[in-house]
Write a protein that binds this ligand. Structure first.
Ligand code: GLU
Length: 279
């Protein structure tokens, strides 16, 4: 079977070198096996996504010489598909509306922490007659969902990892301000696009526990995962847009030769000051 990989950036800023490493891995994995490399724009976060960053992403990938196959897919154009999946999960009694604010949850001092911060204490889990005219999110009843799905695992670099979605508690699948969460949209899209292999940073390793559960609940196939080490800068900080990591646009403006950069990355060499995090 020819593999299908993807690069799925959120247009919340310009791409940095960490994105280049991720996109290159996904691109080369497909190209070396005569497969396809897709580009998906994850633009469903209304507060953070900006159309101008999509142009920046396209410009940066073309500068690196990474061409994708087929049309660009925008998550913002797929909202009805996410809504349909939510209805299906609701129909199975696996979701409940949640009216809590972040402050409500933070105030619940007993809340233990999971991979994504405070585990939701379940305040809204058994409301007798929720008023759906008030702003609400939809949460997955994790205990019920995990029991229904049974034991699950996925292959990461060929090593079997047991999924432990319970560690996340009742995750949000539709936010008050966005019709689908990252977890739901990414799981549905990877399946719809026939993605067989997911190369992405280890910062998303934990999220895979939830994605694997959603695949089981929605009857979707499980791709093979290749979570890669994250890039750190000279200060040992992980590259992230919000930490003002030098962007690919800045490297270009400084006269970096993209072919030489990509050739070095392919040999596993990073520009001075960068390294790969151990964990
Ligand atoms: N959109 C996510 C991000 O930019 C990546 C999603 C994924 O690769 O699964 O962090």
């Amino acid at each position: 079977m020819q593999p299908v990989t993807r690069f799925a950036p959120s247009p919340t800023g310009r791409l940095h070198l960490g994105h280049a490493v991720s996109a290159l891995l996904a691109h080369d994995f497909a190209r070396e096996r005569d497969g396809s490399f897709l580009l998906r724009i994850e633009d469903i976060d209304p507060g953070r996504s900006r159309a101008e960053h999509v142009d920046g992403i396209i410009e940066d990938l073309l500068w690196l010489g990474l061409e994708w196959d087929g049309e660009l897919v925008y998550q913002s154009e797929r909202l009805p598909i996410y809504a349909e999946a939510l209805e299906r999960l609701k129909g199975e009694g696996l979701l409940y509306p949640c009216f809590c604010t972040r402050a409500d949850i933070a105030a619940s001092v007993s809340a233990p922490h999971g991979p994504e911060g405070a585990i939701y204490p379940g305040t809204c889990r058994h409301l007798a007659s929720p008023d759906l005219s008030r702003a609400h999110a939809w949460r997955l009843d994790m205990a019920k969902a995990a029991a229904l799905a049974g034991p699950l695992s996925w292959a990461d670099h060929g090593v079997e990892i047991r999924a432990e979605p319970e560690r996340f508690g009742d995750v949000v699948l539709a936010r008050k301000d966005a019709p689908a969460s990252y977890h739901l949209a990414v799981t549905l899209d990877d399946a719809a696009q026939g993605v067989t292999d997911i190369a992405r940073g280890r910062d998303l390793f934990a999220a895979t526990h939830v994605h694997r559960l959603l695949q089981a609940l929605l009857g979707l196939p499980t791709p093979a995962y290749h979570h890669h080490r994250l890039l750190t800068d000279a200060a040992g900080e992980r590259l992230a847009k919000r930490r003002q990591a030098p962007t690919l646009a800045a490297l270009r403006a400084d006269g970096t030769n993209p072919e030489a950069l990509v050739a070095a990355l392919r040999r596993g060499e990073l520009p001075a000051g960068y390294s790969l995090a151990e964990a």
